[in-house]
Design a protein around this ligand. Structure first.
Ligand code: PGA
Length: 249
């Protein structure tokens, strides 16, 4: 059975002391037998973390389009590669909303990350209005189709994270039925391009709901925000997921 992918997105949280303590604990206790585990820390701490990890991988929360030059404040895929980053989150709703990142920018960021062999994790998902109007599948389809029209082979190389915006940071995860429906829909959309595409779920994954979600056929892992900030909870989610996969084998 394929390994599940579990990524902890720390967003704009943490400090030297907490990060040192958490990374040490995660590295010591995490079981990566059936899971690929990665942390997306604030970028300023990545070099430090890279020196301390063996089992877990590094994910960047962001990337910019240019590789080097006069682009003040930008983050380059070339440099992320240089410090040992493996994955890059692209199109997260917080960046779409607060930084006005549109599908074209997202397309360019995917190209930029692939140029240096960083694996993009493309976030898609609907907002609450769209959800209430039963437009979730349409929204995902539009986000995917924009990229298919640009360059469909991208989908051979990326991971998708389905993250309904209304579920992010709200404590209200999507129902199992909804998650299964959307993941299946996305897989069907992409089956001709990549029948092995991985789809993670994100949006208020926590210690009480991860077990039911991970057992769904088309859920290949998690993108976890708030619950990954507590290292004990994060370790529990990963290690129990390992056991669940063992039992499913
Ligand atoms: P959350 O965040 O787990 O806090 O809802 C998920 C995400 O933003 O990726």
């Amino acid at each position: 059975m394929n390994k599940k992918i579990i990524i902890g997105n720390w967003k704009l949280n943490g400090n030297k002391k907490k990060i040192k303590r958490d990374i040490k604990k995660i590295e010591k206790k995490i079981n990566t037998k059936n899971c690929i585990v990665s942390i997306a820390p604030p970028i300023v701490y990545m070099s430090y973390i890279h020196k301390k990890i063996k089992k877990i991988k590094l994910t960047s929360q962001n990337i910019d389009i240019k590789y080097y030059g006069s682009y003040t404040g930008d983050i380059s895929s070339l440099m992320l590669k240089d410090i040992g980053v493996k994955y890059v989150i692209i199109g997260h709703s917080e960046r779409r909303i607060y930084h006005k990142e549109n599908n074209e920018i997202i397309f360019k960021k995917i190209l930029s990350s692939l140029k240096f062999n960083l694996k993009p994790i493309l976030c898609i998902g609907e907002n609450i209005k769209e959800y209430n109007k039963k437009n979730s599948t349409n929204v995902c389809k539009k986000q995917i189709n924009y990229l298919i029209k640009k360059k469909k082979s991208l989908f051979k190389k990326i991971i998708i994270a389905y993250e309904p915006i209304w579920a992010i940071g709200t404590g209200k995860n999507a129902s199992i039925k909804h998650i299964s429906k959307i993941h299946l829909f996305i897989k069907k959309q992409l089956v001709e391009i990549n029948k092995k595409i991985k789809i993670l779920y994100g949006g208020s994954v926590n210690i009480n709901n991860y077990q039911d979600i991970i057992k769904q056929k088309n859920v290949d892992g998690f993108l976890i925000g708030a619950s990954s900030l507590n290292s004990d909870i994060f370790i529990k989610i990963v290690n129990n997921t390992n056991n669940i996969i063992n039992n499913l084998k």
